[in-house]
Design a protein around this ligand. Structure first.
Ligand code: LLP
Length: 423
């Protein structure tokens, strides 16, 4: 479902006019639709319903606690990659028995925190990490449930910066080394090797790489079982792509069929870790036009959102549709770059975009901003992080307010040898 549609010439988030949110909360602001998040979760859950697959939402896509809690209420667990995310998942009400902890650089402190919390599983990415986890668990008198993340060396055919399943990527243990690492895991007293995990990349719109990777994983599971290991769990990773342009919907039934054919016959408990799929199209970044500047070669629409709010266009050359809040304005004959106020040429949200004629004060919605938007925000140029709003039906709530300048600037400390200069 698209929760952001025009009605009587104005853009709504569910039943709330975006203009009302802009008026009450200000811009730039991220606006999420709870109903859309739930619909995406339900669509995935029903595609997988005939199999034993737990859905652990990858918090990295959007870790606002209101978003996590919306999904947790639906039955989702969490995939976390830091103590911070783990704390957020717990605070939002995700039961520890539904949390998996991934990432290549877990520290001893993070491991101890997760062990004490009693999480479901650690996804381990290297031999040294295995040794450290054994040591930390030993110190605490605990046993750590572990899945070995394997790098299946499959090209996910996505953007290079979000590909993870090739040998040249830092992630996972090479499939050739997996058996020896698994044997070592089985020999360690404070490790319970419960299974294997993989994740080949993000924003996958072609399902073929999943089939190739899952087939390799299934072969590995069989080989490990033949060596006497009791492989009870397979973590399928995340990465299912979304439609950023309104021209391609990812076929969840097709994805489920691949799981059913390649992994389900192993009879193991399965986990999948979707992030973007659940929240990406459930959010927009609402921004106001500050100026329209016509050069001889280009037209620039300068808006109050910038690369610090949404870094995807400049970091990944990502496309985000942009729509005007008011419908029906005549289209401008001049394509424009939609740019922010930050002092960098890379500060743009879109290039050469054909939009209606715009004037200062007009509102624009940058679509598909629910995933990897606010979470990748920064306060570069001492800009305030954009607030976040969650809509449900005709109601909305500010789920992260805009910070004050006092809070932002007040975090700095002057050393003794400097005293504040008087204005
Ligand atoms: N599991 C693991 C181990 C991951 O590394 C990731 C994403 C996910 C699950 C969730 O992937 P998803 O379902 O959201 O594709 N900032 C980039 C995306 C980076 C993804 C990193 N890992 C972007 O804006 O496109």
């Amino acid at each position: 479902m698209d929760a952001f549609t025009h009605r009587d010439g104005r853009l709504y988030a569910e039943d709330v006019p975006l203009a009302r949110i802009a008026e009450q909360v200000g811009t730039p602001v991220f606006v999420y639709s709870a109903t859309s998040i739930e619909a995406q979760y339900d669509a995935l859950a029903s595609a997988l319903a005939d199999m034993k697959v737990g859905i652990c939402y990858a918090l990295k896509a959007n870790s606002n606690q209101a978003v996590i809690a919306t999904l947790a209420a639906r039955g989702a667990g969490a995939d976390v990659v830091s103590e911070g995310e783990l704390r957020r998942a717990l605070a939002a009400g995700v039961h520890p028995s539904k949390i998996v902890f991934a990432g290549v650089g877990k520290t001893a402190e993070e491991m101890a925190f997760a062990l004490k919390a009693g999480i479901h599983q650690f996804n381990l990415e290297s031999g040294p990490e295995l040794e450290l986890l054994n040591e930390v668990a030993g110190r605490l008198g605990l046993v750590a449930p572990v899945a070995i993340r394997v790098n299946p060396d499959v090209d996910a055919k996505t953007h290079a910066k979000i590909t993870t399943g090739k040998k040249e990527n830092k992630f996972g243990i090479e499939i050739e080394q997996a058996k020896s690492v698994y044997a070592r895991a089985a020999a360690l007293p404070h490790i319970d090797p419960v299974g294997v995990a993989m994740h080949i990349g993000s924003q996958l719109t072609d399902l073929a790489p999943y089939r190739a990777a899952y087939r390799r994983m299934a072969d590995l599971v069989k080989a490990l079982r033949a060596e006497g290991h009791d492989i009870r769990r397979v973590d399928l990773g995340g990465g299912i792509g979304i439609d950023y342009r309104g021209d391609h919907t990812v076929d969840l039934a097709g994805y489920a069929a691949i799981v059913r054919e390649e992994i389900a016959p192993l009879g193991a408990e399965m986990i999948c870790e979707p992030g973007r799929l659940l929240v990406g199209n459930a959010g927009v970044l609402l921004t106001s036009v500050i100026y329209v500047k016509q050069g001889t070669a280009k037209r620039f629409v300068i808006v109050d959102a910038a690369m610090n709010d949404l870094i995807r266009p400049t970091l990944y050359e990502a496309h985000h549709d942009i729509v005007m809040e008011r419908a029906g304005a005549p289209e401008s004959p001049h394509p424009a770059d939609i740019v922010g106020p930050i002092c960098e040429s890379g500060d743009y949200l879109a290039k050469d975009r054909v939009l209606p004629e715009l004037a200062p004060g007009d509102l624009l919605a940058v679509k598909s901003a629910g995933a990897y938007g606010a979470v990748m925000g920064s306060s570069y140029n001492t800009r305030l992080l954009a607030p976040e709003v969650l809509v449900r039906g005709g109601d909305f709530a500010v789920v992260r307010p805009r910070p004050s300048y006092e809070t932002l600037i007040g975090q700095d400390r002057l050393p003794d040898w400097l005293s504040p200069t008087q204005p």
